[in-house]
Design a protein around this ligand. Sequence first.
Ligand code: ATP
Ligand code: MG
Length: 342
Amino acid sequence: MNIVFHKESLKLAGLYLAIVMSISLFFSGIVYQLSAQEFKRGLLRPVQGYELQLNDGIIGNWREQLMAERQVQYDAATHRIIQRLLILNLLIFIGGGLLCYYLAERTLRPIEEAQETLERFTADASHELRTPLTVMKSENEVTLMDPKLTIGKAKEQIKSNIEELEKLSALSEGLLKIARSGSDNLDIKAVDPAQVMAMAQDRVLPLAEQKKVLIKTSVTGSPMIAGDEASLIEALVILLDNAIKYSPPSSEITVSALRRSKEVVVRVSDAGIGIQAEDLPHIFDRFYRADAARSKQDAGGYGLGLAIAKMIVEKHHGSITVVSKPGKGAVFSITLPGINQK
Ligand code: ATP
Ligand code: MG
């Protein structure tokens, strides 16, 4: 736990303990008052009854003696109750203090984790933004200082700048999507997976054609999804984009949708480079790229695609899983809530 959160936990625990102790002291006061009253009624009541039948002198002595004895008993009893209440409050203070610290830590832990994630995300994002900017800056400086700069070379530099800018705008778009994910609301309706598949396929068509990759689709039965069409298309585009990027030219990709009890499963299978077992647990993390993908120059990305797809699926209360072996392709499955049909 970092030092700031440790301090905040202590503060919160102190506040909890102050509340617990004020309640405990309040009730201790009441218990003391009631007990003292009870003792008073029992021990300090006026001497009466059979004593009154004795003669006056004896009664006087006796009464005084009895009253003095009872006063001593009363004092001892109230002293005892104060002592017990103090011990009880001390125990509550120690036990309650420990419990309050534990509860305060538990309350703050999710906030600490969220802050750590945010810090990591901001650091990764600034790193990703800085790299292309530094490259662009130094390339431009070198070009500018070249005394034999020709129009051809300048055009080449401008082209390279535009490429970097395109990457940067894709990155900022991805970052915005992640940043907005918490506040964007889904427009949940009955969505036809066949429609989602067709629209997503349309969007990746230029990329697929360029690589001569064939996309086959199949829908079993007539499953309907309870979801937000635009977001679902976006998630499927991310999977298709990866499948094309990480597949060899002229290979085949299959997209299928089928109903499984109350859910609809949309599956994207490719025959590409596949994913190493050690990368599998991380590929849905933000900015994570497996080495095989990183070393592929033409597959330049930022490792945000699957993080966004996962976010979309989870907002639908669905899940996304992958099965893959290096060199044997990858199968991504999205499970989404279905709609019952007659
Ligand atoms: P971006 O999507 O942001 O342009 P990216 O494709 O590298 O970049 P993700 O889509 O999040 O990022 O994928 C994370 C990593 O998972 C990829 O870098 C790649 O290593 C691996 N991966 C994802 N899909 C596949 C696939 N179909 N076949 C093989 N590896 C894949
Ligand atoms: Mg991707």
